[in-house]
Design a protein around this ligand. Structure first.
Ligand code: FES
Ligand code: FE
Length: 385
């Protein structure tokens, strides 16, 4: 086989190209993304209802930082850097738990209340220069929306209304559209966590494209026939993919799901909407449930994805059989993440030194790449293989 000296990107300006391979493999690129994306933007950390009582806490990795989220005695969520102000030990090493009223550092037993105040420390009276009020846990900004707690580590966070709420409204073409699903009032029917050996951007790109749907998603294209044409519902503003005539519901075999969520509009019935909220959230809306993905990028080649299936409370409380409903998107997830893992090793190859190409309908993925490169300093050329 003859290898062309230049990639198509260099000779055909009309082609939309992807990022070069090292953007998906380089630890230094990932380090920059942690700083300029995940630590700088609103990051969807936990589902609020997972902290179901005062004293409940969760820890999550946000960029390079561990963030501790607590529910205080008043029932409100608070977020802090998960670092003891004494000598910097990680305060909570568990992913989740419940304490009665305070969090105690396992190193020298400095103790903080659920609002982050330093309340006690051994021999504190012998340290007159230590001002307790200045040694509380460092707070992190937190907003709740759609039943999730979003945190931002930036000193000057971007507008939540513009970059999160506005991004969803822009995709749906209607600020009210997502509110009609009452997402914050839904109950968790199922959660599946996926540990994926792939760069987070491959997962975003995959979510935004549908060129692969006909090849790898047989069950999804049965329910959403337009996906077999490779057109992504992502990029038409306000467009929801219509269910197949014979599909009774959004289930793995097209059988009936549950009653539609009462608040949704008639035009939202029998339709599927997919939304990306940069940098790390994907939301799917269907008439009887909502599928909510949070991504936790852990390394250049490793990403955790936590996927929640949310239903009206009665459906979960009455223990209805969710299996056919959950199975459809669980299969889609597995098919997608397998494809990402198949792609990741090739990002190191000289064959991908200049990246690949996007089909014309994927200009929105090109926009995602520009968004990344606008925020992340361009990596050094010598990192190319
Ligand atoms: Fe936490 Fe010393 S490092 S009490
Ligand atoms: Fe897919």
């Amino acid at each position: 086989m003859t290898v062309a000296p230049e990639s198509p990107a260099a000779t055909s300006p009309s082609l939309i190209t992807t990022l070069p391979g090292h953007w998906y493999t380089s630890p230094s690129v990932f380090r920059q993304e942690q700083e300029h994306l995940f630590e700088a933007m609103w990051f969807c950390a936990v589902r609020s209802a997972d902290l179901d009582r005062p004293g409940a806490f969760r820890t999550v990795q946000v960029g390079r930082e561990s963030v501790l989220i607590t529910r205080n005695r008043a029932g409100e969520l608070r977020a802090f850097l998960n670092i003891c102000r004494h000598r910097g030990a990680r305060l909570c090493t568990e992913e989740s738990g419940t304490v009665r009223r305070s969090l105690q550092c396992p190193y020298h037993a400095w103790t903080y209340d659920l609002d982050g105040r330093l309340t006690a420390a051994p021999n504190l009276q012998s340290m007159p220069d230590v001002d307790r009020t200045e040694r509380g846990l460092l707070p992190v900004r937190l907003r709740e929306w759609l039943g999730y707690a979003w945190v931002c580590l930036a000193d000057e966070p971007p507008s939540f209304e513009e970059t999160v709420v506005g991004a969803v409204a822009e995709r749906l073409g209607d600020a009210e559209a997502v509110e009609r699903y009452g997402v914050a009032g839904l109950s968790l029917g199922r959660r599946i966590d996926y540990d994926i050996k792939a760069n987070w951007k491959l997962i975003v790109e995959n979510f935004m494209e549908c060129y692969h749907c006909a090849t790898i998603h047989p069950e999804l294209t049965e329910v959403l026939p337009e996906f077999a044409d490779g057109l992504a519902a992502q990029y038409f503003v306000g467009h929801g993919a219509e269910f197949a005539e014979e599909a009774q519901g959004f289930t793995v075999d097209g059988s009936a799901g549950f009653d539609r969520i009462t608040g949704i509009a008639d035009e939202q019935d029998r339709r599927y909407y997919a939304i990306t909220v940069q940098p790390q959230v994907f939301i799917n809306l269907v008439p009887d449930h909502v599928i909510f993905h949070r991504m936790f990028p852990l390394a250049a080649d490793r990403t955790l994805v936590s996927c929640d299936w949310l239903y009206v409370p009665d459906v979960v409380a009455s223990e209805r059989d969710l299996s056919k409903s959950v199975e459809l998107f669980h299969r889609v997830n597995t098919q997608d993440f397998d494809a990402c893992e198949r792609t990741q090793p090739a990002m190191h190859s000289r064959a991908y030194r200049r990246g690949g190409v996007l089909v014309p309908s994927e200009h929105h993925i090109g926009a995602f790449h520009r968004w990344v490169t606008d925020h992340v300093p361009t990596p050094e050329a010598e990192e190319c293989p």
